[in-house]
Design a binder for this molecule. Structure first.
Ligand code: COA
Length: 354
């Protein structure tokens, strides 16, 4: 019997996968056979895309994301009012919906992976009344995304840090959005439909929507000495501390350490503050809930890193999607190979006819 606060789905295995594995007790994330730390240190989003797609069952020699970004740029003029949405995730969801499926999962996957940074950067430039910047296919995905957003070539440090972020968050077990993508794929629907649905699932603040609020929290705290009283006030007001706690991890999220290391060369002023806030939050939450380990999750240092590389906070969740689309695509391809409809059951609690 599930607990009253549970939805009864915790820990239920809904798929076999070779794409990623989350060990919540030991704080370990394995992506396509390698630890996330190793992959991030080696760098290269393009190579990691190739690995996760191969793990899902689709072999490709060269994930030419530069070419895919250029193809997406040709669609930007046909997006109607999709880029006028006030929320970047709404703009991304609607603009991805404009991609036409080819019926070939791998081709659709490359189209969607290439399109996401082009559409998100175009949304930001349009929203801030700046001329749109088209892709440069000779650049790597991280550098080009930064360039299309800011209009400037990024520093090597910023591009390397963003690349490490994109690699680290590419896949993470059966997250809510990944499950969404797999359910849609299992009906025989196309990959673009699965990606659009997954973007909708990722948008929620309990999933991919936390890094913006983490930065708001750091701004509100302002200096390390104010961390403890601010956190105590938040808890007294029955609010949760953003960037802390995780459904699966019972120790610090391993991705938090990867991102903390990746942002260090950028000498972000916020890093020192973030460490102090994390320390204070972990200490206070441990005192309040000694039986429920609540440590920093990926969103905590995502906020610091994405801010340090120069991305606006309205773009944080969509930047998560820019990476995770590759993971979702691999899951769609893997799910398709099973050929099996995912059809869970519900428990009827209503009255029966007399
Ligand atoms: N701050 C304060 N208290 C927290 C907390 C947080 N960040 N996260 C969990 N708790 C508390 C809950 O209030 C609950 O207390 P209660 O038993 O007295 O009601 C207890 O810890 C267990 O929480 P629960 O809701 O069962 O945990 P969960 O596994 O459902 O939640 C999250 C996981 C991620 C949704 C949750 O930790 C959270 O909301 N974190 C903040 C948002 C965030 O950072 N999201 C990004 C996730 S990657």
């Amino acid at each position: 019997m599930s607990s009253p606060t549970s939805n009864g789905l915790e820990g239920i295995v809904v798929a076999d996968t070779a794409i990623s594995h989350v060990d919540g007790d030991r704080g370990r994330l394995v992506i396509a056979g390698s630890d996330a730390e190793q992959l991030a240190a080696a760098g290269g989003f393009e190579g990691t895309v190739q690995r996760v797609l191969a793990a899902g069952g689709a072999k490709l020699d060269d994930p030419d994301l530069g070419h895919a970004r250029v193809a997406a740029w040709e669609v930007v003029g046909r997006l109607g009012d999709a880029l006028d949405a006030p929320d970047a995730m709404d703009a991304l969801r609607t603009s991805l919906g404009h991609l036409r499926t080819t019926g070939d999962d791998l081709r659709d996957a490359l189209a969607a992976i290439g399109a996401a940074p082009v559409f998100v950067a175009a949304w930001y430039r349009k929203r801030t009344d700046q001329p749109l910047v088209g892709p440069d296919p000779t650049l790597d995905h991280a550098s080009d995304y930064l360039r299309m957003t800011t209009g400037q070539p990024p520093s090597r440090e910023a591009a390397t840090a963003l690349d490490a972020y994109l690699v680290t968050v590419i896949d993470h077990g059966m997250s809510a959005s990944t499950f969404t993508a797999r359910v849609i794929a299992s009906t025989g629907s196309d990959l673009i439909s699965a990606i659009v649905g997954a973007v909708g699932a990722l948008k929620g603040p309990l999933h991919g929507g936390a890094p913006g609020p983490v930065l708001d929290m750091l701004d509100a705290i302002g200096e390390p000495g104010r961390a403890e009283p601010w956190i105590l006030d938040e808890l007294a007001a029955h609010r949760r501390i953003m960037g802390m706690g995780h459904r699966i991890y019972r120790v610090r999220d391993p991705r938090a350490a990867v991102l903390e290391t990746a942002v260090r060369p950028l000498a972000s002023k916020r890093l020192e503050l973030a460490r102090a806030v994390e320390h204070a939050a972990a200490k206070i939450l441990h005192e309040r809930k000694p039986d429920r380990p609540l440590a920093a999750n990926v969103e905590f240092y995502t906020a610091v890193l994405l801010d340090a590389v120069g991305l606006p906070r309205e773009q944080f969740s969509a930047t998560f999607a820019i990476s995770r689309i590759a993971g979702w695509s691999a899951h769609v391809i893997e799910q398709r190979r099973t050929g099996r409809l995912i059809r869970p059951a519900s428990r009827y609690l209503g009255p029966m006819p007399a």
